[in-house]
Design a protein around this ligand. Sequence first.
Ligand code: NAP
Length: 298
Amino acid sequence: METRSSDPPLAGRVCVVTGATSGIGYVTARELARAGASVVAVGRDPQRTTDTVRQIVQESGSPHVRGMLADLFLQHDVRRLASELLRDFPRVHVLVNNAGAIFSRRSLTAEGMERTWALNVVTPFLLSRLLLPRLTASAPARVINVSSAAHQGVHLDFENLQGERRYSGFTVYSRSKLALVLLTYEFARRNPAPEVTVNALHPGFVATRFGHNNPGGLGVLIRVLSFLFGMRPERGARTSVFLAAEPSIHDVTGKYFDHCRIVASSPESYDATAGQRLWDVLAVQTGLPPDPPFSGAP
Ligand SMILES: NC(=O)c1ccc[n+]([C@@H]2O[C@H](COP(=O)([O-])OP(=O)(O)OC[C@H]3O[C@@H](n4cnc5c(N)ncnc54)[C@H](OP(=O)(O)O)[C@@H]3O)[C@@H](O)[C@H]2O)c1
């Protein structure tokens, strides 16, 4: 699509935001729409997704907002979402892997995977890989992984990736966010061309619905802490929007951002051997070939 100098900064860009029905994802999607992008707001609940689209259209003043449905616990749904995106959007320029959650109790998805691992790690890996040929064909393009400072101070235990042996909600969540940073760096190593950049971020401690799904201790603790100390989602979304829209970072890839700046992630996250191993584990778990076809449009 041709753009004119009077157009808003993201005119002609297609941005996909997962977890757009709440919190950081909602504000990210709205701000990208305000900046002129065509936005795909991914949600899992039909009514909430319809309401989200209506609200973003109203608040942004842009009619170019569309909802798409997927339960991101399930690879089957991620694949259907990807094929609908590929069917309906000849160009995809930005993917914000934002949906994520913490679970105080271990439980499996209908496909037999631990929920935190499925939602926070497998889905961003799978969706990015499935959309990669389209992102490459639409380049310059960006993949943005919403991680967390909670990844600091934990190690990835390859014998316990899905909390099979021991399960603590916060540790499993923290490890999932470490895995997402490792994958971000591995993705960038495997894709040295800067046409599709991939970066991770910490949004800050943000008062959203994050953690509210948990009954008892953890849910109450997160509610109290976020009421007392959490920033508004408008601030929490700033780094995601910056990574999606800021022209000066068009060729920055394989970095971790906080407050719209590149910062160091944990020492463990720079372990390239672990990153490679994790990539291979996820290739097996998703049935994808380990090496993505970085060239060639679908
Ligand atoms: N809040 C913080 O302080 C904080 C700090 C660091 C990192 N983060 C990260 O920021 C991201 C956004 O979190 P948030 O704080 O905005 O939390 P939130 O308000 O709970 O929003 C999470 C979003 O993910 C969606 N989601 C959850 N499970 C899903 C599933 N199975 N399928 C599809 N969508 C699903 C939710 O959909 P529903 O509306 O249907 O529930 C919601 O739209 C997460 O990755 C989180 O780990 C948050």
